[in-house]
Design a binder for this molecule. Structure first.
Ligand SMILES: C[S@@+](CC[C@H](N)C(=O)[O-])C[C@H]1O[C@@H](n2cnc3c(N)ncnc32)[C@H](O)[C@@H]1O
Length: 304
């Protein structure tokens, strides 16, 4: 239910107007998310926009970045619908094109990912599952330290820090651009003294510390051998620890190289790596236009 008008959120209104005038394919995306999630969503998004992109120019650039990011997804998804395969690419190629491409990361990838977590309803539902099924459990269990592997924008780490007053977090990412964006986000929310990002290849340098909590969101589909990576994550997690691990399925993007077609495939890899699945959630990006057309899915697992 909408209890207020979106007019109470000026940055969202400006974003909606920008989409309507300059990026017609996303003309109704702000209204759709507002209709789905209401004022709590609007408040959270308005604050995030204001803190992360401080001027109208910065917000306009972030919207342009998101539009380019979403357009790339649409183009690659249309190709995937026809071929049934992702465009073949090695991890090294994806890393060079994306994670180590500072101009692309700052202009498109990171603002695109960041805004998508509020604008795409399946992404925001995954955020809600994270907060209620995972972070709230950490609070009740008194866990006040976590490691996030593949921090990207840093959104999930920031939400965990906000929901766990006094907790500290360690981010790990291979990309200096992600490191900068995530640390900028922590500073923008006054959380910088509780968080740092280490630059590491998590498939090679397994974090040494035994972590009571682990977060790994949308990294598996970026790797050539997700099961080997999951085994390493299991070794990092303390025996009594909990992890929140997700994957994007049937979702073509520039850096998606491992194609998961069903949530059961992710679950099987988690189990093979030694995890016990405690809860899971799966969301579709949209209803399929016809039976049999693959639709992007988000699948999130709380594991021990
Ligand atoms: C899709 S993003 C993850 C999304 C992120 N969780 C968020 O909320 O924004 C994938 C991230 O994984 C990082 N990554 C890819 N391969 C990696 C590796 N081998 N080690 C560490 N980080 C890696 C990329 O640099 C990128 O920041």
């Amino acid at each position: 239910m909408i209890s207020r008008d979106i007019g109470s959120f000026p940055l969202l209104v400006a974003m909606r107007d920008a989409f309507r005038s300059d990026h017609r394919f996303s003309a109704d995306i702000v209204d759709r998310a507002y209709n789905a999630f209401g004022d709590d969503w609007a408040q959270a998004f308005e604050e995030a926009l204001g803190r992360m992109f401080r001027t109208a120019e910065e917000r306009a650039a972030a919207i342009r970045g998101y539009a380019a990011f979403a357009m790339t997804s649409l183009r690659l998804q249309a190709r995937f619908e026809l071929s049934g395969e992702y465009k073949s690419k090695t991890y090294a190629q994806a890393a060079a094109e994306v994670y180590h491409n500072e101009a692309y990361m700052q202009a498109e990838y990171l603002p695109g990912l960041f805004l998508s977590h509020y604008l795409w309803t399946h992404h925001y539902r995954q955020v809600q599952f994270f907060e209620t099924a995972f972070v709230d459990h950490l609070r009740v269990a008194g866990i006040d330290r976590f490691v996030e592997v593949g921090v990207g924008t840093g959104l999930y780490s920031r939400l965990a820090l906000q929901r766990l007053p006094g907790a500290t977090g360690q981010g790990i990412d291979i990309s200096v651009s992600s490191q900068r964006f995530a640390e900028r986000q922590m500073a923008a929310f006054d959380l910088g003294d509780r968080y740092a990002v280490r630059l590491e290849d998590a498939t090679v340098d397994t974090p040494a510390a035994s972590a009571p909590a682990l977060i790994c969101v949308e990294v598996l589909e970026h790797l050539e051998d997700p099961t080997a990576f999951l085994r390493a994550l299991r070794r990092v997690l303390a025996p009594t620890g909990k992890a929140f691990i997700t994957a994007a399925l049937n979702a073509a993007h520039t850096d998606h190289i491992y194609l998961y077609r069903s949530p059961a495939e992710v679950e099987a890899q988690l189990i093979a790596a030694g995890f016990v699945v405690e809860q899971y959630w799966v969301g579709q990006a949209y209803a399929p236009p016809r039976a049999g057309v693959p639709v992007p899915l988000a699948a999130a697992f709380v594991v021990a």
